[in-house]
Design a protein around this ligand. Structure first.
Ligand code: PLP
Length: 459
């Protein structure tokens, strides 16, 4: 490495020739630079040209503790020196043991068993497979189906993709795994028939789960997969009482409740788990991302004792695993990350500052295209509309021009990393590192105001 400009140009050339970016229209970089991020510090990241950005999305809802945390890097180096790798296939290692114990102590109720993966989608995939095998082992082999919500994202492996409720990312890969059914999400903004009666809307949305269980036949349904706050579509929080009602419905029909907390766990909502935040007891929790703050990949499926019980008998085995699941380095990083969470009270910090963050975003409601601001903790979506009064959304073409043609690039150029997303109605999503404070919220607010105002003038 020498002259930074030449290095940057070489990186561009090599990236354009060889790198296949995820969920990315590669063609859009024919005439544009690929953003190359080279360094991070706290809530900031820097690109290959030395420009600084506020990381308003924690990378991808991941970097809870912020960038450049020496403690986490050192934990990784120390573990790699001592034992870089050993599998959890019939062996254990101290970090996996300690982390499983620690996660069990943090998880609600009798969720005491931890099956490690390398990421979120694998945790979701594992949860579906486990639900199926569990029901076989308790004499209900007909239960194999899963319910999940419209527009929800649960991952890209074939099982997790089948559970995902986004038709456009499923279509190229069909036929998918049979037995996955969509139910209503909790998009209150798009339920005008309920006026301001959020409770009634919540009852309806929960009851939609029961309707589908009954339609499918309860004896065929294994599990319901729900995020505490649904990300795709732009942060749909649960109406009051929603999860309590869903829990009752699941119990009534013998269906397992899986809380997909790949984004929502580890402080994102100001609690260790979204299930704590909204006071419900899942049978399984899937998590990943913030578990290591992204310093090494790791996911986990947290399982209630009741679901584990049949696997403790005789020759029973969950014939499932991943070479890198529960990797020694990743689990060392997760332990150091949880230490850091405790030392700095990151979870309490979010609970304390969430109101200030929200107030900044709510302050944008006077921008004509801001239709709704919703979310919880450090996790918000701003829905963009053509007409605030009628809530008319943008057409596909308009949304394409607005999000891809202008907003994504303009927000980035203005120094803010966030996500302009139109998997549902067009939204801008924000999920900054949990260390962020008022000055960062204010900067997010200023950049959004200026870029969204400019977007209005271009319509
Ligand atoms: C709720 C949810 N589940 C599953 C996943 C998939 O996780 P991963 O990309 O680690 O496989 C994601 C990723 O964003 C997610 O948000």
């Amino acid at each position: 490495m020498g002259d930074p400009m030449t290095d940057s140009e070489q990186l561009q050339e090599a990236a354009k020739r060889h790198l296949w970016m995820h969920f990315t229209r590669m063609n859009s970089y024919q005439d544009h630079e690929i953003p190359v991020i080279v360094r991070g510090e706290g809530p900031w990241v820097y690109d290959s040209r030395g420009r600084r950005y506020l990381d308003g999305l924690s990378g991808l809802f991941v970097v809870q503790a912020g960038h450049g945390r020496r403690e986490l890097a050192e934990a990784a180096a120390k573990q790699a020196t001592q034992l870089a790798y050993f599998p959890l296939w019939s062996y254990a290692h101290p970090n996996a043991i300690e982390l499983s114990e620690r996660l069990a102590s943090l998880a609600p109720g009798s969720i005491n068993r931890v099956f490690f993966t390398t990421g979120g989608g694998e945790a979701v995939e594992s949860a579906w497979k486990l639900a199926r095998q569990y029901f076989r082992s308790v004499g209900e082999p007909g239960r194999f189906k899963v319910l999940s919500r419209d527009i929800a994202y649960h991952g890209t492996t074939m099982g997790a993709l089948s559970i995902t409720g986004l038709p456009s990312i499923k279509a190229p890969f069909e036929p998918l795994v049979p037995g996955s059914v969509r139910v209503a999400n909790t998009n209150f903004y798009r339920a005008p028939e309920y006026g301001d009666n959020l409770d009634a809307f919540g009852r309806w949305a929960a009851d939609d789960i029961e309707r589908h269980i009954e339609m499918e036949g309860p004896e065929s349904v294994a599990a319901v997969f729900l995020e505490p706050v649904q990300n795709a579509g732009g942060c749909f929080p649960p109406p009051p009482g929603y999860f309590q009602r869903v829990r009752e419905i699941c119990d009534r029909h013998g269906v397992l409740l899986v809380s997909d907390e790949v984004i929502c766990a580890f402080g994102r909502l100001g609690a260790w788990f979204g299930a704590d935040r909204y006071g419900y007891q899942p049978d399984m929790i899937t998590c990943a991302k913030g578990l290591t703050s992204g310093y090494s990949p790791l996911g986990a499926l947290l399982v209630d004792d009741r679901i584990m019980a049949p696997f403790l008998d005789g020759t029973a085995t969950f014939n499932h695993g991943f070479t890198f699941g529960g990797h020694p380095v990743s689990t060392a990083v997760a332990l150091a990350n949880l230490d850091l969470f405790e030392k700095e009270d990151l979870v309490g910090g979010v609970a304390g500052r969430a109101g200030s963050f929200r107030a900044v975003l709510d302050g944008l409601r006077d921008v004509p295209i801001v239709g709704d601001v919703r979310g919880d903790g450090f996790f918000y979506g701003i829905e963009l509309v053509k007409d605030r009064d009628t809530r008319e959304s943008f057409s596909d073409d308009e949304s394409e021009r607005l999000l891809r043609g202008f907003l994504s690039g303009a927000l980035f150029d203005a120094g803010l990393i966030c996500r302009a997303d139109d998997r549902g109605d067009p939204v801008v999503q924000l999920a900054p590192p949990l260390i962020c404070e008022q000055e960062h919220f204010d900067l997010i607010g200023q950049i959004l105001r200026s870029v969204l105002t400019e977007a209005c003038s271009r319509l």
